[in-house]
Design a protein around this ligand. Structure first.
Ligand SMILES: NC(=O)c1ccc[n+]([C@@H]2O[C@H](COP(=O)([O-])OP(=O)(O)OC[C@H]3O[C@@H](n4cnc5c(N)ncnc54)[C@H](O)[C@@H]3O)[C@@H](O)[C@H]2O)c1
Length: 408
């Protein structure tokens, strides 16, 4: 029998968007179809002050649609519950909202599928509307990653809002589209790319964070400074000590410094993320400090925090860059000095050469066969290399073990 369609046909989609691709059908008796679609991404990252002040509507309106009612499903980090639970309930009450609050003990060792299942069970019990009840995640990077992952899986995608309460959350985990959990001994081995509807960033939350976790977040800020923002580096150099001790709570003139540091870090991060949200390009500047650190962090657990492991990776790769002549002796000392001011470690005993060589191999698999390793070039710029060898790692480790970048 002769086919009705002998050649190519194109069916225009029923939409006003002129750039929407057509459905293409090729062939006669044995047709084949080419299905194409583009997925627009649009979400807002908003810096706010006084998020839990009942006078401010941002949180009450977060993620709502014209059909959202008064119910809210909130996943709350257990430490945040202790510090802010009462204020949060007062806020929701003042806005006439009826919350269901799922409290989650979120830490690196419980960043697992079990925690995702816990959130999913709570979502089922709540009976969440597929499109109109936003899931609101309030907590650190661990909680945001778990809840984002659960939201992306639940009915294949349910909208969610991120409210980061740690510095890493505010400058990194809260602003991008990645979600995930650890699996076996591998960090973030399972995960998705799933944009939130909105991210609300309020530095007031940092008032109750211990200083070590401020330093932890400053590591991700230092990363952006080293690879692309000399001015941000100078701010950290001048104000690093007080940024830690004040927990970034200063107001007035000192508050302007905090605001500039946060804005530059977030803007720099988003500039890198936006053109490559799905990581089609595996050569990413924001991977600076993330070549050896996933292995260092997991091997040292619970000894090292995420940012501390990133700090050690940055120290190691700075020392490699120094040996290659990409970073001068004075620049290496300045970088080491800033790490000290930010109270970031430059070395940990799990850093022995064989495990770092293995870490590099694992990263090469992750980056599709090439190292794609960003190395600093001076301060505020970087270059990708694919040829780091074990000897260089060993020599760089010797620098760190002997006292660090600023002692060399
Ligand atoms: N998705 C991403 O793009 C991305 C980016 C960077 C980091 N991350 C992930 O983020 C995680 C690290 O995040 P983190 O550093 O926020 O750790 P975290 O979520 O474990 O929080 C640190 C600790 O602070 C507590 N806490 C949170 N907010 C608080 C507050 N306001 N006051 C007092 N205590 C508070 C938490 O309960 C926890 O004990 C890692 O798992 C990392 O992989 C993800």
């Amino acid at each position: 029998m002769e086919s009705l369609v002998q050649s190519t046909t194109r069916t225009r989609p029923d939409t006003d968007d002129p750039s929407a691709p057509a459905l293409i059908r090729n062939g006669g008796d044995r047709p084949e179809w080419l299905v194409q679609a583009t997925k627009p991404v649009r979400y807002e990252v908003r810096m706010v002050d006084g998020l839990l002040d009942p006078a401010h509507p941002d949180l009450a309106l977060a993620g709502v649609t014209e059909r959202t009612g008064n119910r809210r499903f909130i996943v709350l980090d257990d430490h945040v519950e202790r510090h802010y639970g009462d204020r949060l309930r007062t806020y929701l009450d003042a806005h006439g909202l009826e919350p269901t609050i799922c409290v989650l003990a979120a830490e690196e060792r419980t960043k697992t599928m079990d925690s995702v299942s816990h959130v999913v069970r709570a979502l089922d019990a709540f009976g969440i509307s597929r499109r109109h009840d936003p899931i609101i995640a309030v907590g650190g990077g661990v909680l945001l990653d778990i809840v984002g992952f659960a939201a992306s899986l639940y009915r294949r995608s349910t909208p969610y809002v991120r409210v980061p309460t740690t510095l890493i959350g505010i400058v990194d985990a809260g602003v991008g589209v990645k979600t995930g959990v650890n699996f076996g001994s591998h960090k973030n081995r399972l995960g998705t790319y799933f944009a939130p509807a909105l991210a609300l960033l309020d530095r007031d939350f940092l008032a109750t964070l211990d200083e070590r976790h401020i330093s932890n977040g400053l590591a991700e800020i230092l990363k952006i400074a080293l690879v692309k923002d000399m001015r941000l580096f100078s701010l950290l150099e001048r104000h690093g000590t007080t940024l830690v001790s004040s927990r970034m709570q200063a107001r007035g003139a000192d508050g302007e410094v905090v605001q500039e540091v946060l804005e530059r870090a977030i803007h720099g991060m988003l500039e890198e993320l936006q053109p490559n949200l799905w990581e089609n390009d595996l050569q990413r500047l924001v991977d600076y400090g993330h070549t050896f650190s996933p292995t260092i962090e997991m091997r040292a657990l619970p000894d090292l925090l995420h940012g501390e492991a990133v700090g050690i990776d940055m120290a190691l790769t700075t020392a490699i860059a120094r040996r290659r002549g990409l970073v001068g002796a004075g620049e290496q000392r300045r970088i080491g000095g800033v790490m000290r001011r930010l109270r970031l470690p430059q070395y940990h005993p799990v850093c022995e050469v064989h495990s770092l060589a293995e870490a590099l191999e694992d990263t090469v698999r992750h980056r599709d066969g090439l190292q794609r390793l960003p190395l600093p070039v001076g301060i505020g710029s970087a270059r990708f290399v694919n040829d780091v060898v074990v000897d260089e790692i060993e020599q760089a480790l010797a620098t760190l073990a002997a006292g660090g970048l600023d002692a060399a």
